[in-house]
Design a protein around this ligand. Sequence first.
Ligand code: APR
Ligand code: ZN
Ligand code: ZN
Length: 377
Amino acid sequence: MTERGVSTVRAAVLDAPGKPLRIETLHLDPPGAGEVLVRLEASGVCHSDLHQADGDWGDDAPLVLGHEGAGVVDAVGHGVDDALVGRRVVLNWMGPCGTCDACAVGREWECADSKALGNRLPDGTTRLRREDGSEVFPLLGLGTFAEAAVVPAKVAVPVRDDIDPAVAALIGCCVSTGVGAALKTARVVPHSSVVVIGLGGVGLSIVMGAAFAEADPIVAVDRSEEKLERARAAGATAGVLAEDDDERTLSAIREAAGGGAEFAFEAIGLPRTIELAIRCVATGATAVLVGMTAHAVPASFDAFDVVDRSLRILGSNYGFTVGNVDFPRYADLHAGGRLPLDVLVERRIELADVEDAFEAMRRGEGARRVVVYPGTA
Ligand code: APR
Ligand code: ZN
Ligand code: ZN
């Protein structure tokens, strides 16, 4: 970055699905009307970045990846309150339009007209360019694998200044997705039995939400022992190591959950674990699908059983997040010792290490690796 408002940024760019990310220096326009320039402090590496890099969700390119970020407002465009300058903000990747029917009734996670979901700013353009003038687009309208981003002011949500920037970044995606799935989508109640399948950043956040809601037992399920340990630190009361044989895994889950679960969450995005989540719930209970598959992937269930046992199958996108309300609330709950979000941060890395983080994620290792940008306190 150079002088305030006019900048060049180092960024990790996806040229085409399947290719490794390349670190490039891009030109970043100053913030226009209604926009802010955010100097990024940290960005988590989320499985959704990997989905995009692998081409699971189309081939829009070139893209600056990264959508789980936090930073400090460095400059504001016309019409934006100056008081925002210097504030620590968490970025909202939904980029709600603010005017569609869903937004009008406050259900912004269902926004029908978000340009961010198409990797553009609200006016359909980008503020990022290569030296030759060609455009580069920000993933989900953010592109947090860069030293700075220009975003609409309304997606940069101020949070308390004393929060660790790495933790703040995670509030932007996995925390809100997971904690929100437990508290807002499912409305987990005290003493209910909860099963969480898949213990990445999203699944561990579901465990924290369930623990906050005083669920008991909270059964954590993953293929990796290491993840089960981390889930205990997040509030799980039991762990089940997933086996190759789903029937065995299912019996182990049922036993640990005292029969069937009142709430089961799938936080991976695989048809077989989606089916497992639906099968492991008790009569009258709720399965919540949180993990994202590649586009148009079907999963199946026993239709007779779902009707016969009056099951509920819910989809939960972004944990029903309303950024302006939920981001500061999750940050405050963390500060008050009610959500141990630091358990999610496995390692702080540099921008050039994102490819390694993707590899670790493919192997199912570790929790969140978080890019921390130079100069971050
Ligand atoms: N059984 C049990 N656990 C599994 C299995 C399986 N068959 N396959 C993978 N896992 C575990 C991995 O070991 C890992 O702990 O699922 C976890 C997935 O975690 P991450 O890759 O870190 O994914 P995360 O970022 O949490 O996202 C999960 O939610 O938002 C979506 O796009 C995102 O689809 C992704 C999902
Ligand atoms: Zn994400
Ligand atoms: Zn909308």
